[in-house]
Design a protein around this ligand. Structure first.
Ligand code: ADP
Length: 163
């Protein structure tokens, strides 16, 4: 590829997950990755075996509202293998966040498998210390029991009230 063209090739990453709901931990990773990539596609994987707290439309809307001011950040949904989805849309990188050694061990095997099967690289960012403890599952627990989730999630999520 000519040098000028190579310079122009957009660096795009897929950030896959359930985002049930998106938390300040996710936002931290996405905001920091936005300095490294030209476009980040937050990709909500559809898994029919999983029970979600927030339905798909809500999860998409939370993300759209949170990043409404950042044209680099997109949100999409996909079915099946993440690497197949990346190939379909021509993306070469998967973005993941790491909070702790358990995340590392889990993510390592997936990233190595994905690279082996497809050549797609996974780029890891370490969570910031102030969001390392946040997980969607803890947010769901607090929310279900009527606790205050506003310090754990972006405003778009914190605003939702239980009907
Ligand atoms: P999954 O369904 O794959 O567990 P999640 O929506 O929970 O998806 O998370 C998607 C990605 O965000 C994963 O890479 C996960 O490690 C990362 N992540 C989740 N919470 C945090 C956090 N507090 N700090 C940094 N990364 C996080």
């Amino acid at each position: 590829m000519p040098y000028a063209l190579a310079l122009k090739k957009m660096k795009r990453a897929v950030f896959p997950g359930s985002f049930d709901p998106i938390t300040l931990g996710h936002v931290d990773i996405i905001d920091r990755a936005a300095d490294l990539f030209d476009e980040i596609i937050i990709a909500i994987g559809l898994n029919h075996d999983k029970k979600y707290l927030f339905d798909l439309d809500q999860r998409v809307q939370f993300i759209k509202d949170t990043f409404a001011d950042n044209p680099k950040i997109k949100v999409q949904t996909y079915k099946g293998l993440t690497i197949n989805y990346c190939k379909e849309i021509g993306v070469d990188y998967i973005l993941r966040g790491l909070r702790n050694p358990a995340d590392f061990e889990f993510e390592k095997a997936i990233a190595q498998t994905n690279r082996n099967l497809s050549g797609i690289e996974t780029v890891f960012l370490l969570t910031s210390a102030n969001t390392a403890y946040i997980s969607s599952s803890i947010v769901r627990d607090v929310y279900r029991h009527d606790g205050d989730i506003s310090s754990l999630v972006p405003d778009a999520v914190a605003r939702t009230s239980k009907e």
